[in-house]
Design a protein around this ligand. Structure first.
Ligand SMILES: [Zn+2]
Length: 288
């Protein structure tokens, strides 16, 4: 990579350092087929953007809940969706942070695919090879079909999480998703098995780490990217990925060595904190 371009990239304040390495450079260097950024949550000022959208629709939401007639209510729900999409366009897609993700993709010769998951939650895939784009599109279409099927016929064991994210309980889909994101197969299999058996993966990963840390230090390279849960803190495949990534980053520029180490540390701490983060997430569902 051109030295001036790399300097400018590393100085960019509108990208999180974590995104620079895990989302952009890992795809650029071919360390993973694609990376995924959740928008706006993972953008700088993403939390504030989400809050601004909530504030803007709050008065309308209260009115919506007061409508008793189901037909009037259904129409109001549609109008609400549209309103959320418009606010997303204005607040998120209009932001400098959002634009910088696209600008840097272009500067680095990377491709994008943005998927609307909900009116105000999008996933941005960043990848290098054209063929990966087709792969992602197929994966997303399959996810849509899995959701449609579950939501049409939920079955007896479908809790709110399984209803909203049924693909998270589908081993075949998870394996393909894991492959696109460059996760080791053993870790994805173990993730899928746990999810299907009702084991909380994030809590399991946190527990494994706590137990291991009681006896010895953990090589943080096993948490080579965020929101990834290795089958164990000693997984050879995840460790080797982490070391490959570290070597490739250092090979690109020695300044990246320390930066990646700090990100690995952050990923490890996030796994440790998972149980408390999950509680926070689940409380949204309880609110209704
Ligand atoms: Zn593994």
């Amino acid at each position: 990579m051109d030295a001036d371009l790399l300097d400018a990239f590393l100085e960019e304040s509108l990208l999180f350092p974590k995104s620079k390495l895990e989302a952009f450079l890992a795809s650029y260097l071919g360390l993973r087929p694609a990376s995924q950024v959740t928008i706006p949550a993972e953008l700088p000022y993403g939390t504030e953007m989400g809050q601004r959208i909530d504030e803007a629709v709050k008065p309308h939401l209260a009115k919506l809940q007061a409508i008793a007639d189901p037909r009037v209510r259904a129409a109001a729900v549609q109008a609400m969706k549209k309103m959320l999409e418009d606010r997303f366009e204005e607040i998120v897609e209009g932001s400098d942070a959002y634009k910088s993700y696209y600008r840097w993709s272009e500067e680095l010769g990377l491709r994008n695919n943005q998927i609307k998951v909900r009116p105000t939650v999008h996933e941005l895939y960043i990848f290098k090879e054209k063929s990966t784009g087709g792969w992602i599109r197929k994966l997303m279409a399959d996810r849509g079909n899995i959701r449609k099927k579950t939501q049409r016929k939920p079955g007896p064991n479908v809790d709110p999480i399984r209803f909203a994210y049924p693909e998270e309980f589908n081993e075949k889909w998870l394996l393909r998703n894991g492959e696109v994101l460059g996760y080791p197969e053993c870790c994805v299999r173990s993730y899928a098995r746990d999810r299907i058996n009702g084991v909380n993966v994030e809590a399991r990963a946190s527990r494994q780490l706590v137990e291991t840390l009681k006896e010895k230090e953990v090589d943080t390279h096993v948490y080579f990217t965020g929101f990834f849960f290795p089958c164990s803190p000693h997984c050879e495949n995840a460790l080797s990925k982490g070391h490959d990534w570290a070597d490739a980053f250092t090979g690109l520029d020695p300044r990246l060595t320390g930066l990646y180490e700090s990100i690995l540390q952050m990923n490890t701490e996030l796994v440790l904190r998972q149980p408390e983060l999950i509680q926070k997430y689940l409380s949204q569902f309880k609110k209704g």
